[in-house]
Ligand binder design. Sequence first.
Ligand code: ZN
Ligand code: ZN
Length: 272
Amino acid sequence: MAEVEHGIYFIEEIATGSYKIYERREASMYLVCGSEGACLIDTAYGLTDLKALARELTSHPVSVVNTHAHVDHVLGNHWFYENEDTRVYMHPADKPIYDAVVSGYVEMLRQPWVKEAYGEFIAKLDPDAVRFPMTQDLHEGDVIDLGGKKLEIFETPGHTAGSILLLDREEKICCAGDAIVENLWMFMPECCPNEVCLASLRHAYDVLSQAGVERIYNGHFYNEPITLQRLKNMVDGMEQVVSGIAKGEPFENDKGKGTKFTFNDWNVLCRE
Ligand SMILES: [Zn+2]
Ligand SMILES: [Zn+2]
């Protein structure tokens, strides 16, 4: 299926019953539908009612998994809140980030500037009515069975301590959040040491190459999914960063500063 524009979303069927959903070309989510259930991987900024959007693509119950707890992957979780028993799945190591994001968001909704900046979207939300689901732990080896479709969980700490990837072994695709991206952010306070990231990239490469995965999807907008070869290049490059061989350059952006290492087909932003 070609990419279809749907309001502020761009939807593409990447495998039978599996959809990539870009939100305003900034953050992406994936809806995987089985014969008994569906799973939304990440919820981006959740600018509009994601549950209603998912309803248009599947009639099965939708559970939510977050690849990690950064704001651009979890904000839409609140659309799935039904009652205090509602849970979203994530790795427990990212729980502190989630708690901070959730409390910060509700506070942000009260700010006048939000109405200015996001008038047509989140400014419509009533801060007193917005509720976020609590979390249920996911770990390496867990399997989400949707009926005819399974998603296997692998831990890939680095970008955050609780980053995970989800493997659809049947379709030979995986969703890696921000753990495997062309522009890898490792400079923020919540990022793990580079050695931990290297171990996770190696682990991901082992798992995904053995499974013959051809397409690695991530949490942002890129024209093409990442290939195994590029992941191998990331492993090689990160080895050079960790061993001190790679030469970096200083960078600064709105989230912080550090050292940028540039390779042929990817780059990584590390702490100084
Ligand atoms: Zn992130
Ligand atoms: Zn992100």
